[in-house]
Every structure is written in C-alpha cells, then in structure tokens.
Design a binder for this molecule. Structure first.
Ligand SMILES: Cc1cc2nc3c(=O)[nH]c(=O)nc-3n(C[C@H](O)[C@H](O)[C@H](O)COP(=O)(O)O)c2cc1C
Length: 245
C-alpha cells in the first residue's frame, strides 16, 4: 500500500511524496466537526501518461479539497500504472471461482492479493478513481484492479432476486480525461469509460457516484487548459457535495 501526499508546485503539476498519514488542520468550511469527518479515502490513478496526466492532476486537486473537508482523513493513493496488477488467469479463476479453491502457492498468493485489495476498498469511505480514456474505455491497469475486486461473496452476492452489491454507504468520484468529445456529437455512443465504471460500481453497491470529466484534451492547448480550469472548479464543488451529504 502506498500512502502519498500530493503537493502542488508552481506549475499545474503535482509531485507525489511518501507520507504515512496526511493530516491537515484546516477548518471545515461548512462547520463539520472533525469527529464527523470521513476517515479513509482511497484514490486510484491509472493514466499511462504519468506526470502529464490530466486525470491524475485533477484527482490530486479532489484530494486536496477533500482534506479541507476531512482534515483527519487518511489518504491512500494506488497508482495502477506505476504498480500494475497482473491480469487474471486460469489460476486466479480456479482459486477464486471454483469449489476446489486455492491449492497451489501461486493460487493462494493470488487470493491473498485479491483479498488485500478488497479489504482496502472496504476500508475506504470515499473512492476517487482517475482514468484516461484509452481506446474508448478505461486503462487496462484499472480493468485489472476491477477484475481483482469484483468478487462473489465479498463485494457482491447472488440472491433469489438477482445480484446484490455489498459495498453500501460509500461514495465515489470519477475523474475521467478524454482526447475527444463524447458528451455530444458523433462519438457519443463510443463513451465506454464513465458508463462502464458506473455499472461496475453500482454492481458492487456503490451508487453515490459523481463525475468530473475532461473532454477534448487532444484538441489543442487552449481547449485543454479551459477543460482543466473547469475540472478544477468542479473538484471543489464535488468535494462540497460529498461533505454536505
Ligand atoms: C494509447 C492511447 C489511447 C487513447 N485512446 C483514446 C480514445 O479512444 N478516445 C479518446 O478520446 N482519447 C484517447 N486517447 C487520448 C487520451 O484519452 C487523452 O490524452 C487523455 O487526456 C488521457 O488521460 P490522462 O491525461 O489522464 O492520461 C488515447 C491516448 C492514448 C495514449
């Protein structure tokens, strides 16, 4: 598990520094007492563009805003691009989905990894997911994380009336960056990042989801700058909504 503290530099870039627990004593703007504050925030970043990523940049701003609201929060950042999870394979499926269960050391290790990721997710009150649009969907590193945490008996279960998500009462914020425009126009039906993530989160019980979307990032620097400015403003609004809920 990586605990890091993002610090803003003079430019729009953030750098990440190791930190165990990040504690800010800022006064909550809405007068929320610290004991009412949520304690655990999990942030997943997944851009393959690393330090030039817009989704990671805005996600760090969301974290900064959330710390204003929850000054005692513990923030865990899991960078899935820098520390990718393996793709699931036959051993993983045997270990997690068959009656035989884990039999070999490798299979046991795979179950342990999946369990640890699920525990980390359960420990979070708020989950921030930052993703680039890659070939109309999410980065494969984020998909690998999803494959590790969507697990019958742990994050969802089957009932007589259908499946039931087991991660109730949590809130998620999606920060999505796209080269093109998908909110309207000819590419509208090519949008498989937000709809997919909302479906997966809903399936495991997370229905309180807000999105911050940066579009047209490949359409030129002026366009991109405007999109970042709007996303930064929305980051503050989204954190405020989370605090008020
Ligand atoms: C390998 C690759 C595939 C991409 N595929 C798409 C795509 O299908 N649609 C799109 O609008 N933009 C696409 N882009 C552009 C990215 O979505 C855009 O650069 C976005 O800002 C990436 O998010 P980030 O800045 O957080 O990395 C792609 C970029 C890369 C590097």
């Amino acid at each position: 598990m990586l605990l890091v503290s993002p610090h803003r530099t003079k430019s729009r870039e953030y750098i990440m520094q190791p930190a165990s627990t990040v504690q800010h004593k800022a006064t909550h703007p809405d007068g929320l007492r610290p004991d009412e504050a949520r304690r655990n925030i999990l942030c997943l970043t997944s851009s393959p563009r690393r330090d030039t990523s817009y989704s990671s940049l805005v996600a760090m701003r969301v974290l900064r805003e959330l710390r204003q609201v929850y000054p005692d929060a513990t923030v865990t950042i899991r960078d899935l691009a820098r520390n990718p999870l393996p793709h699931i394979d036959e051993d993983f499926v045997t270990a997690t989905r068959s009656i035989a269960g884990a039999r070999t050391d490798r299979q046991r290790a795979q179950v342990e990894r999946s369990d640890a990721l699920i525990d980390e997710l359960f420990a979070a009150d708020a989950i921030v997911i930052a993703a680039s649009m890659i070939n109309f969907g999410v980065p494969s590193t984020l998909k690998a994380w999803i494959d590790h945490v969507v697990c019958p008996g742990r994050t969802f279960r089957y009932t007589n009336t259908g499946s039931q998500g087991l991660l109730r009462g949590r809130r998620a914020i999606l920060v999505l960056s796209r080269g093109g425009i998908y909110s309207g126009g000819p590419l509208r039906s090519f949008q498989h990042d937000e709809s997919y993530l909302r479906s997966v989160l809903d399936f495991i019980g997370i229905t309180d989801v807000q999105s911050i979307i940066l579009e047209g990032m490949a359409l030129g620097p002026e366009f991109a700058e405007r999109a970042v400015d709007a996303a930064m403003r929305r980051a503050a609004a989204v954190a405020g909504v989370l605090a008020a809920a």
